[in-house]
Write a protein that binds this ligand. Structure first.
Ligand code: T1G
Length: 686
């Protein structure tokens, strides 16, 4: 880590170099403090440019330091020192000025940026609030409304937008360093601007804070930090600077040690570790410059769009010309939707679509680097596709299946060069959902597995390696969740109560609402396949509903009733009657929200532990990422495994033992008992 000072005439250039993202470690804070003192003492210096080496401006405090007691110099003091400097400091921003990095820039007299830069205060995404004046200086510089948006959403803004807000004083084209020095020379002789800390906060109209609170609360749901961040901006707008700084710091330190902050930090690092699993270190992936998708249905079209969005030319193969047209129309519909929602310009949509070629001739794939099969979930149908691909594709072309339930070993049986085959399990809608389960077969080469991970990085997906079993990681746990939900119905709970409890726990929707949205027939199809394999899936009520064509919203009724054209679930007497019949003779009990959540979430942890024991997943953090990015498990709980560890595995085992004694869940598996003894799942991660 270095803070170096160079001179360009009367301009001092302070360069920060702390790879990989110039995080504000203790040493860097010390270096900045010393630079202010040194340059203030140098009369030949008229102004200072603060710039960073590497790919980004300061990307915030060093998150690795969060688990430890804060060490001096504390960032608020460093920022105050820069703000009080006798010479104007100009922050020269490229990449991302985030969190403490933006706070340092707010301590500077001026901020200039490359147009490609972004600026933000993402602290709430880590379960904290800015802790070095972000919530106090920002409203003074850009007004309360814009400050509230930035601080409570945690989403960065472009440099262009920041200039419009007054957060950036000028955009620099080309060479940032030269542009910043030029800017510094331009202001060096001017009187120092009023420090932001001494500026007044523009007034807001009556009711502003109440409305803001409602809006932030609605978005934040159970996440604590956004509302605390709002309170801090409000405090900063209604009291003096030092009182506001004290309030912000107190809030920051309180949240820093919170359960939610620990969970969100866990997810932060898990997401960054996922694309580069240690077991693939040093293994070079194959180049992927062209791709193809077999099957233009919902999944195929979504995968084609995801590949296109990453810049790859895509060939979409379907069985005949009419099906090709339908497939292309599905891809077009995705882009039309993005244009309609203002997420994409028509020109970009047309450019993306122009890169998708449709065809029914497999010979088109003779020189394609990667082919992903996304046809009907039937073994014979899939094997026929790979037989054709084996004969037309290059021997080094990577072949992948998007199956969610079938065995990739069985699908790839007979494929030429089987080492180039793997499962790439996307989640619907594939161009949006971040999760990608990467499923190697017994023959998949490390190089091809590494290619799967490289593809995930290219598509900006969160990759998780999953071993082969029924449902891989995510759907296997989902099966247990659904069975548990039915067990609750047969012991006195109602679909509405179960769904309400899981929403209260933090999921976007409960298991029954989710099935009605996706369709009960899909799970019925999987249960049929499971029975053919000799399994005995537990879904007595769902089976009865499917037998009377209650498949969910698409059939006007499933677990709930729906009025035509209305997606609001209404409790159903028909369903209640079926539940009563299936529950006849079974012990009934009164369920409160916490008990329902335990009876659903803890069996999830139990099954996830089995998955870890069987090495279907290599790390408990991987399972957390699967549940968060594929199944809506609340990020602020860190995923089921982190949640269980934070709660205490001893308690988890005790509750599961009680549920098992009442026949309401499987008993804790051996791995879970062992993890409870040693205080964590790391013992199972060999
Ligand atoms: N601290 C420590 N390490 C960090 C880090 C940080 N703030 N940000 C990134 N890294 C590591 C990351 O773990 C990875 O390591 C490598 O850098 C590359 O990251 C007082 C208290 C900057 C947009 O929340 O959003 O300031 O895996 O893969 O895709 O108010 O990183 O290579 O070993 O993500 O190019 C606020 C978090 C902190 C920004 C770059 N700041 N970082 O994205 O690379 S709180 C943040 C990011 C704060 C103050 C408070 C992104 C990025 P490794 P990467 P990227």
């Amino acid at each position: 880590m270095t803070v170096t000072i160079a001179r360009e005439g009367s301009i001092a250039v302070v360069t920060v170099d702390n790879p990989p993202v110039n995080a504000l470690s203790q040493a860097l804070r010390q270096g900045l403090l010393e630079a202010v003192t040194e340059l203030d003492a140098d009369a030949t210096v008229k102004a200072v440019v603060l710039i960073c080496a590497g790919r980004t401006f300061i990307a915030g405090a060093d998150v690795n330091e969060f688990g430890k007691p804060p060490q001096p110099p504390h960032l608020p003091d460093v920022v105050a020192h820069i703000e009080a400097a006798k010479k104007p400091w100009v922050a020269a921003i490229h990449g991302s000025a985030l969190g403490g990095g933006l706070e340092v820039a707010l301590g500077c007299a001026y901020r200039v940026a490359l147009a490609s830069a972004s600026l933000g205060l993402p602290e709430v995404k880590l379960g904290i609030i800015p802790g070095a004046g972000g919530t106090v200086r920002l409203p003074r510089l850009i007004g309360p409304a814009a400050a509230v948006d930035l601080v409570t959403s945690g989403s960065p803004v472009s440099a262009k937008k920041a200039e419009g807000l007054g957060l950036v004083d000028a955009l620099v084209d080309g060479d940032l360093r030269a542009g910043a020095i030029g800017f510094a020379n331009g202001i060096a002789e001017k009187p120092l601007p009023q420090p932001i800390s001494r500026r007044a906060v523009p007034a807001v109209e009556a009711g502003f804070w109440e409305n803001a609170e409602k809006a932030v609360a609605a978005k934040a749901k159970r996440e604590v930090a956004p509302l605390r961040a709002l309170a801090s901006v409000r405090r900063a707008s209604e009291t003096d600077f030092s009182d506001a700084m004290a309030f912000e710091r107190e809030t920051f330190l309180a949240l820093r040690g919170s359960v939610q902050a620990a969970a969100l930090r866990h997810v932060f690092f898990a997401e960054r570790a996922a694309p580069r699993p240690p077991e693939l270190a040093g293994i070079a992936p194959r180049d992927i410059r062209s791709a193809a998708v077999i099957g233009g249905g919902t999944m195929g079209a979504g995968i084609a769009a995801a590949l296109r969005d990453a810049g790859l030319p895509v060939v979409l193969i379907e069985r005949d010309a009419a099906a090709v047209e339908r497939g292309l129309a599905n891809v077009r519909a995705i882009y039309d939707g993005s244009v309609k929602r203002g997420r994409m310009t028509q020109a970009l949509a047309d450019e993306r679509m122009a890169g998708v070629t449709g065809g029914d001739d497999y010979a088109l794939l003779a020189d394609t680097d990667l082919v992903i099969e996304a046809v009907f979930e039937d073994l014979a149908v899939k094997r026929a596709v790979f037989e054709k691909l084996s004969s037309v594709c290059r021997p080094d072309a990577v072949l992948a299946t998007n199956t969610s339930y079938l065995d990739p070993n069985a699908i790839s049986d007979g494929v030429s060069h089987p080492e180039r085959f793997l499962g790439l399990h996307f989640f619907s809608p594939a161009h949006i959902m971040k999760l990608l389960e990467i499923v190697p077969t017994g023959a998949t080469s490390p190089e091809v597995l590494a290619t799967g991970f490289a593809l995930a990085r290219l598509l900006a997906k969160i990759p998780v390696r999953a071993g082969i079993c029924d449902g891989f990681i995510g759907n296997r746990i989902l099966k247990v969740t659904r069975a548990q939900a039915e067990r609750l119905l047969l012991s006195g709970a109602t679909p509405s109560a179960v769904d309400a409890a899981l929403r209260a726990f933090g999921l976007p929707m409960g298991p029954f609402e989710a099935q009605d949205l996706g369709g009960l027939d899909i799970a019925a199809f999987q249960r049929k396949a499971a029975r053919e394999r000799g399994d005995i899936p537990f879904a007595p009520v769902a089976e009865r509903l499917c037998s009377i064509q209650r498949f969910g919203q698409k059939s006007g009724g499933g677990w709930y009733d729906y009025q035509p054209g209305d997606r609001v679930p209404k409790p159903s007497e028909t369903v209640a009657a079926i539940i009563a019949e299936e529950a006849a003779g079974k012990r009934q009990r009164v369920w409160n929200e916490a008990d329902i959540a335990d009876a659903i979430v803890l069996p999830m942890v139990n099954e996830a532990t089995r998955i870890l024991e069987e090495r279907v997943a290599l790390r408990s953090a991987d399972i957390d990422l699967v549940k968060i990015h594929g199944y809506g498990f609340p990020r602020w709980r860190g995923g089921p495994m982190h949640y269980a560890e934070a709660r205490g595995l001893g308690d988890v085992v005790a509750v599961l033992d009680r549920l098992a004694a009442d026949g309401l869940a499987d008993p804790p598996c051996d791995g879970l008992r062992r993890a409870a003894e040693v205080g964590g799942f790391s013992a199972l991660e060999r």
